[in-house]
Each structure stands twice: as C-alpha cells, then as structure tokens.
Design a protein around this ligand. Structure first.
Ligand SMILES: [Zn+2]
Length: 73
C-alpha cells in the first residue's frame, strides 16, 4: 500500500513546534512563521527529524507559503 505525500501531511505535525505542514515539491514545510522548518522526503516518506531539517529564511518561507496558497485555490 502506498500513501501519498498529501496524506502524510494531513496526519503529521512539525516535530519541533507541532504546527501543520504543507508540501513543496519534494519536501514538507512547517506552516509556522516562527519555525519555518523544511523536511526532506526520501523514497516518498517525509523525514520528520528536527535535527535533519533545514530552517528556511523568512523570505524563502513566505515565498513557499504564497506559492502553496495559489495551488490550493
Ligand atoms: Zn515547526
């Protein structure tokens, strides 16, 4: 059985701040403007480890959120 990324995102939260997440291409990004962590996806499974996460700059994060909003609408 395969679970697609959008389903993971509905059940997972950020391990660092417990906010919801959204998908950006091959990564999963925290929705919290203070946290801004980006988790890689390996073999279709998000790597939800705070230690392996990259923290986006406020500008990078804002751009992804804006992009995500346009996809959802
Ligand atoms: Zn977070």
């Amino acid at each position: 059985m395969t679970i697609d990324l959008s389903q993971y995102v509905q059940i997972l939260v950020c391990p660092s701040c417990r906010s919801n997440l959204f998908i950006d291409k091959q990564s999963v990004v925290c929705r919290s403007a203070e946290c801004r962590r980006k988790f890689l996806v390996k073999d279709d499974i998000p790597v939800m480890l705070a230690d392996d996460a990259q923290t986006l700059s406020p500008d990078e994060w804002s751009a992804l959120v804006a992009n995500q909003a346009s996809i959802a609408s």
